[in-house]
Design a binder for this molecule. Structure first.
Ligand SMILES: [Zn+2]
Length: 74
């Protein structure tokens, strides 16, 4: 059995449409991904404070620490 080189199949989607699709996806990513205001990493999805998930967790844990300190002083 000899392997015959098959002619390349005609692309179903034209190159132009493919390029446009790639560009639109890329632009969409640029618009969606915001930088963390603290460390500059990618923001967590649904972040309203421009914080990545790491800084968000740090901030939340800091709040908890403050709360526990305040309640401990009382
Ligand atoms: Zn961050």
């Amino acid at each position: 059995m000899k392997r015959k080189t098959q002619p390349a199949p005609e692309p179903v989607v034209s190159q132009e449409i493919l390029e446009n699709a790639k560009k639109s996806v890329y632009a969409d990513k640029i618009q969606r991904v915001e930088k963390c205001s603290v460390c500059g990493a990618e923001c967590a999805p649904n972040s309203v404070e421009n914080l990545c998930w790491v800084c968000r967790r740090l901030k939340i844990s800091a709040w908890r620490d403050n709360d526990s300190q305040i309640s401990a002083q009382e």
